[in-house]
Design a protein around this ligand. Structure first.
Ligand code: 5RP
Length: 220
């Protein structure tokens, strides 16, 4: 909790007047959004694109002006969390189910700042099961195609029902074991009909802010 707050607030220091920023989703991004809200109330002028309905609600409640990605050219920076980060800054994201909008927003961003606590740093991606957003249509068929990549998978559920993303899709959580080549598997997965997007963010993050429970922060 303390580490997440520290790192979220640290990342907000990169925001400057006049910027258009992306706001991530999750319990670490939450602290960045709260901090941005405070900065806005103190006079900071920015506009923001949210990566989920949850973030849009939080940001609006904080008084942050929201815009559609469709209406802006590019984003100056985005602050978002991650489920795993490897030494090359490859990420697994999507634990909160917002990976599709998060990846679209990240791709439109000049500087992607990832905020994590120390537990998210890994040598190799894959201990956290990779979220893959798939269409509801014949999802079991898509699951079988995904499993041909030597993984086992489960359809994500919430309160006993299939979890539905902000985009009306489902999520498969996939156990690949150690992921040796994140970019390659990401590209291959996205070629499958029925796969909308996967949670590997390869070669996207520029800065990783790590918060530690003892209260210190590393900016990588
Ligand atoms: C949501 C995400 C989150 O950024 C990721 O799950 C990390 O969340 P948290 O900061 O709550 O641990 O990708 O889709």
């Amino acid at each position: 909790m303390k580490a997440k707050k520290l790192t979220g607030e640290k990342a907000a220091e990169y925001i400057e007047d006049g910027m258009i920023i992306g706001l991530g989703t999750g319990s670490t991004a939450y602290y960045a959004i709260k901090k941005v809200g405070e900065m806005v109330r103190n006079g900071l002028k920015i506009k923001a694109v949210p990566t989920s309905k949850e973030t849009a609600e939080l940001a609006a409640a904080e008084g942050i002006e929201l815009v559609e990605l469709a209406d802006v050219e590019a984003l100056d920076l985005t602050i978002d969390g991650a489920d795993e980060v490897d030494p090359d800054f490859n990420l697994i994201k999507g634990g909160g189910g917002a990976l599709l909008r998060e990846k679209i927003v990240a791709s439109a961003t000049e500087k992607l700042i990832i905020v994590i606590d120390e537990s998210k740093l890994v040598e190799h991606l894959g201990s956290f099961h990779l979220p893959i957003e798939i269409t509801p249509f014949s999802w079991q068929y898509t699951q079988r195609m995904v499993e041909k990549f030597s993984c086992s998978s489960k359809i994500r559920k919430k309160d006993g029902e299939i979890f539905v993303t902000d985009n009306g899709n489902y999520i498969l959580d996939c156990d690949f074991g150690k992921i040796e080549d994140p970019l390659k598997i990401s590209v291959e997965l996205n070629k499958l009909p029925g796969v909308v997007e996967n949670g590997i963010f390869a070669e996207m993050a520029e800065i990783v802010v790590v918060g530690y429970n003892d209260g210190h922060i590393d900016v990588l």
